[in-house]
Design a protein around this ligand. Structure first.
Ligand SMILES: Cc1cc2nc3c(=O)[nH]c(=O)nc-3n(C[C@H](O)[C@H](O)[C@H](O)COP(=O)(O)OP(=O)(O)OC[C@H]3O[C@@H](n4cnc5c(N)ncnc54)[C@H](O)[C@@H]3O)c2cc1C
Length: 294
C-alpha cells in the first residue's frame, strides 16, 4: 500500500468539487485493506472510502483523514451459477455487462446508477422499483472488527440507507441474479436508459439525487420545482433546469455553492410544505446544512 498526501478529492467525484484528503491510498486486496485500517487505527485517522464519487460532496477544506480507493483484486468480477461476485470497487456498468454476457438478469436497474457495488451497498442504491437490497445475497465488510460477511438485513438496508459507518469498507459483494435471455436484458436496459434520458440531466456534472424523496405526495424534485427552484444559481452551482432534485456544476462550482443551494432548497420546501428534506448525497469533511426552525 502506497500512501499519498494531500490528494485532491474533486477529481474522484462526479460533481468535481472538494479539497484534498490528508492521506490517500489505493488498496488492491483484503489484506491491504486490513493493513490500511490498522494503520489508520494506530495513527488515529478517520477513514472513508470513495467509489466513483457519484453521490459524494467533499468539503472545499477537504477531509482530515485517510481516503481509500479500492483497486486491483477489489474490482474483479466473476460469475458462478446465478451468483455474480464482484469487488466493492467494481463499477455497476462492468457488473451489468458481466451479468448480461452470462445471461443473468435482475441487475438492469443499475444501468442508471454510475457508481460501484460498494457505494451501491452503502447507499442501498436503486431505481425503477429495484435496489441493491433486492439482489444482494451478502457483502464482505472489512472494519475495526475484522472481515465479516453480512446479509442485507444485517447491513440494515432500506430506502437509500445502510447502517454502515465510515471505517466499514464493502470489499466484496455477491449478487443473486436470475437466468434471463440476453436480448431481454438488452431491451430492458435500453428502455430504462431512454426513460432516464427523457427525465434527468445525463450530460452534466452532478451527484445524482440531492435529497431523498420525502413522505409526501410530491417527490423531492416536484416539490423543489413547485418552489420555483429550477435553474436557481448560487456561485458556480445551479439547480438543474431539467430536474430540480439535481445540482449541476455549471461553472467552476465550489462545494460551498452546492451547500448554499441545498440550504435554500430545504428552507423553501420547509416554508411552503412544512417538509424537512433529508439529503441523499453523502458528505465528506466539515459540511453541514443549517438547522430549520419550527
Ligand atoms: C447521473 C447520476 C444518476 C444517478 N442515479 C441514481 C439512481 O437512479 N439511483 C440511486 O440510488 N443513485 C443514483 N445516483 C447516485 C449514485 O450513483 C449512487 O448512490 C451510487 O451507488 C454511489 O456509488 P459510488 O461508488 O459512486 O459511491 P460514492 O459516491 O463514491 O460514495 C457514496 C457513499 O458510499 C461510501 N462508499 C463508497 N464505496 C464504498 C465501499 N466500497 N465501502 C464502504 N463505503 C463506500 C462513500 O464513503 C460514501 O459515503 C446517481 C448519480 C448520478 C451522478
Amino acid at each position: 500500500m502506497k500512501l499519498e498526501e494531500r490528494v485532491s478529492l474533486g477529481r474522484f467525484t462526479t460533481i468535481g468539487t472538494g479539497g484534498p484528503a490528508r492521506a490517500f491510498a489505493r488498496v488492491e486486496s483484503v489484506a491491504e485493506l486490513e493493513d490500511a485500517l490498522r494503520f489508520a487505527a494506530e495513527g488515529g485517522f478517520a477513514v472513508a472510502t470513495v467509489g466513483l464519487g457519484s453521490n459524494l460532496l467533499v468539503a472545499d477544506e477537504g477531509f482530515d483523514g485517510l481516503v481509500l480507493k479500492l483497486a486491483g483484486h477489489l474490482t474483479v468480477t466473476e460469475v458462478s451459477g446465478d451468483v455474480l461476485a464482484a469487488g466493492g470497487g467494481a463499477a455497476n456498468a462492468v457488473c451489468l455487462h458481466r451479468a448480461r454476457a452470462a445471461g443473468l438478469g435482475g441487475f438492469e436497474f443499475a444501468c442508471a446508477i454510475p457508481g460501484t457495488t460498494g457505494g451501491g451497498v452503502w447507499m442501498n442504491a436503486g431505481a425503477y422499483g429495484s435496489d441493491f437490497a433486492a439482489v444482494l445475497e451478502r457483502a464482505l465488510v472489512v472494519g475495526a472488527r475484522g472481515a465479516e460477511w453480512r446479509t442485507p438485513g444485517e447491513l440494515g438496508l432500506r430506502y437509500r440507507h445502510s447502517d454502515l459507518g465510515h471505517g466499514d469498507v464493502v470489499a466484496r459483494v455477491e449478487l443473486r441474479l436470475k437466468p434471463r435471455p440476453v436480448d431481454e436484458i438488452k431491451a430492458i436496459v435500453a428502455d430504462l436508459q431512454a426513460q432516464r434520458k427523457a427525465a434527468q440531466p445525463t450530460n452534466k456534472r452532478t451527484y445524482g439525487s440531492v435529497f431523498k424523496n420525502p413522505d409526501h405526495e410530491l417527490t423531492a424534485g416536484r416539490m423543489l420545482e413547485a418552489c420555483g427552484l429550477r435553474g436557481h444559481r448560487i456561485g458556480g452551482a445551479q439547480i438543474s433546469p431539467r430536474h430540480a432534485n439535481f445540482i449541476e456544476n455549471a461553472d467552476n462550482a465550489r462545494s460551498a455553492d452546492a451547500i448554499a443551494l441545498m440550504a435554500e432548497a430545504r428552507r423553501r420546501a420547509h416554508e411552503q410544505y412544512g417538509v424537512v428534506l433529508e439529503h441523499e448525497v453523502q458528505f465528506l469533511g466539515p459540511l453541514e446544512l443549517p438547522h430549520l426552525g419550527g
